[in-house]
Design a protein around this ligand. Structure first.
Ligand code: BV8
Length: 233
């Protein structure tokens, strides 16, 4: 059994599903008869800002109403007890990892509870609606957008993510379909770095064949079990 020191974890919507937050590919991935991919784009925001603001107002309210589940709690326990390197890269825009107590978290696709001023480029914690063009707390401009990485936009902190993958001994993917890049390519980068790779998911993902091991089941069961095992090593 090789020594594990540096762990990179990638989480997706599946880890928050048992907290009641909808995944992207459940049911028909539609919202108000729009495909999510058609709403989560800069073009949609330019074309119909009110529609996109309304979409994220609803997501923000859902995040505030949700609670972390045992999978988030288990990763927070790993964060507290793991003496090696650990980075939880999440594709999720909810704050359930943080509310469960995890600290080493990186939101590569932004955060529902953050507003980004396109006039002065400042970011602000935001729990209210962004509809109706509220003024930026820093510059007063009615120029706040959701601090979300939309399709066609560059995810955040990619250099930091690839540096962590290059040093990883273990890469664990939890609750993601492997449908969206560059996140779906992280498992290959981990393999190239010689890391062991593990997938914890309800169903096999598009990249399952790239993982050394896939465990199928709900995150609230698989993740606490895996964390207990890795802390016992
Ligand atoms: C980029 C924030 C380049 C928004 C998200 C063609 C045209 C245009 C673009 C592309 C193209 N081909 C490829 C691209 C690139 C594109 C892409 O990959 N498109 C896909 C659709 C083909 N990617 C991008 O555009 C990215 N940017 O490429 O930039 C660039 C280069 C230079 C300069 C500038 C730019 C940016 C993508 C980020 C988009 N934003 N999120 C929001 O949240 O509203 S993506 C969003 O969907 C998520 O964040 C996540 O990343 C992605 C997939 O979602 P998942 O998290 O995997 O959820 P999903 O529902 O799919 O799956 C859930 C899984 O959980 C399932 O497997 C299920 O089995 C499992 N599950 C369910 N319940 C449970 C469970 N598992 C365990 N327990 C349970 N209980």
């Amino acid at each position: 059994m090789t020594a594990i020191r540096n762990i990179v974890i990638l989480t997706g919507a599946g880890i928050s599903a048992e907290s009641g937050l909808a995944t992207f590919r459940a049911e028909d991935g539609l919202w108000e008869d729009h495909r999510v991919e058609d709403v989560a784009t800069p073009e949609a925001f330019a074309r119909d800002p009110a529609l996109v603001q309304r979409f994220y107002d609803l997501r923000r309210a859902a995040v505030l109403a949700a609670e972390p589940n045992p999978a988030h709690a288990a990763l927070a326990r790993l964060d507290r007890e793991w003496t090696g390197e650990l980075l939880i890269v999440t594709q999720n825009i909810d704050d359930l990892h943080e509310r469960a107590g995890a600290a080493r978290v990186l939101h590569m696709h932004g955060e529902a509870l953050s507003a980004w001023c396109t006039a002065c480029n400042t970011r602000h914690r935001w729990t209210a609606s962004l509809s109706g063009d509220p003024p930026c707390p820093a510059c007063g401009s009615p120029a706040l957008r959701p601090d979300i990485v939309w399709f066609g936009e560059m995810p955040y902190e990619m250099d930091r993510i690839f540096a962590a993958l290059a040093d990883a001994d273990l890469f664990v993917s939890i609750g993601t379909s492997g449908a969206v890049y560059p996140a779906a390519g992280f498992v290959q980068a981990a393999r190239d770095a010689g890391a062991a790779t593990l997938e914890l998911n309800l169903d096999r993902s598009l990249g399952s064949r790239l993982f050394d091991e896939t465990r199928l089941g709900p995150a609230s069961v698989l993740v606490p079990d895996w964390v207990a095992g890795v802390l016992r090593r």
